[in-house]
Design a protein. Structure first.
Length: 333
């Protein structure tokens, strides 16, 4: 039933996306802050305990609810899976930023596009030329699509096939969420998070995202220019910097970006964005700052934004076909 759960969740999310600052996400913020405030004692063992409570706890709870509902009726368990996926999966959690910037560039209003990018990423974008605006939009949007859609699908599909319901979706999204949230708390003067806790969250996130990042890269290669995507993946994924304190300490994001660059023949990487001096908040889908190197490819232009939209949606179709075949195989078996 994985195919139908994902399909219903995507349709529901497109029709009625969760509003920013909703009660569900507010509760998650409170839970993560409580875990760090009450368990973090500055040592790695306490960090792993806090991570287990903040991430594995909700994942196990989602499985327990799924199991109880399944024991009552399969449709109740199905409805629970749809509800969990609706909260953790979808484009509408970030696509409005992409659409607004693309529309501003489409009418030639580069100042508005710079302002929108600055508000989205909380950075200083005043000096960016048009091509760099497009490049940053591509990079951040692709990573957001990976974290909000393809990574969730990867973990959900695997654990759902093992009978664990939507636990995989919760595990993946919570792991990314705590890594980002604890980095944000560490940069805030109001709350303290130990380096040990940050390190645990970043290492765990790097491990959990290892396979999904490669599945996303493979998906982009299949639906894009396969040979160019694989070549860029092999030769340029290591050039993306992970020196940003807000970035994960692995190469997963660089791998996704390198595959994207090859799949649509666009130059990615280059000049970094500087953090805004007027805001210390962290966006919901933080990406690592690229290095001064860049992949080969055409200079980013507005047409590439349309290519990225097509690439992402073709990859969604590929995922849905695979899930449909998996669901069919389970029904027949």
């Amino acid at each position: 039933m994985s195919f139908f759960a994902v399909l219903f969740a995507l349709l529901l999310e497109q029709a009625r996306p969760l509003a920013p600052g909703n009660l569900f996400h507010g509760g998650l913020h409170a839970w993560v802050r409580w875990s760090s405030r009450n368990i973090d004692a500055g040592r790695p063992q306490h960090g792993w305990l806090a991570w287990s409570v903040a991430v594995a706890g909700p994942a196990l709870l989602s499985f327990a609810i799924h199991w109880l509902l399944w024991s009552v009726h399969g449709l109740l368990a199905f409805a629970w899976s749809v509800a969990v996926l609706y909260a953790s999966l979808g484009f509408r959690q970030f696509s409005h930023h992409f659409t607004a910037i693309r529309d501003a560039l489409d009418i030639g209003d580069e100042d508005a596009a710079r302002q929108l990018l600055a508000e989205w990423r909380q950075v200083d974008a005043r000096e960016l030329p048009r091509s760099e605006i497009v490049r940053h939009v591509i990079e951040h949007s692709v990573l957001a699509a990976h974290r909000h859609v393809f990574g969730v699908l990867s973990w959900f599909s695997v654990l759902a096939a093992l009978g664990l319901g939507p636990a995989g979706a919760v595990l993946y999204r919570m792991s990314e969420f705590v890594s980002r949230s604890w980095s944000q708390q560490a940069s805030s003067s109001e709350e303290s998070v130990s380096p040990a806790l940050q390190g645990v969250a970043q290492r765990a996130w790097g491990v959990l995202d290892f396979v999904p990042a490669r599945m996303t890269a493979v998906g982009f290669a299949v639906v894009g220019s396969f040979e160019d995507a694989v070549d860029s993946w092999r030769n340029y994924s290591q050039m993306f910097s992970v020196d940003s304190p807000l970035a994960s300490k692995d190469r997963n994001d660089g791998l996704v970006l390198a595959a994207t660059a090859g799949a649509v023949n666009v130059r990615l990487g280059g000049r970094t964005l500087k953090a805004s001096a007027v805001s210390s908040s962290v966006p919901d889908d933080v990406a690592p700052a690229p290095s001064l190197q860049a992949t080969p490819g055409r200079e980013p232009e507005l047409a590439h934004l349309r290519s990225i939209v097509g690439l992402v949606w073709r990859c969604v179709v590929l995922w849905m076909v695979l899930l449909a075949l998996l669901t069919l195989a389970r029904l027949i078996g």
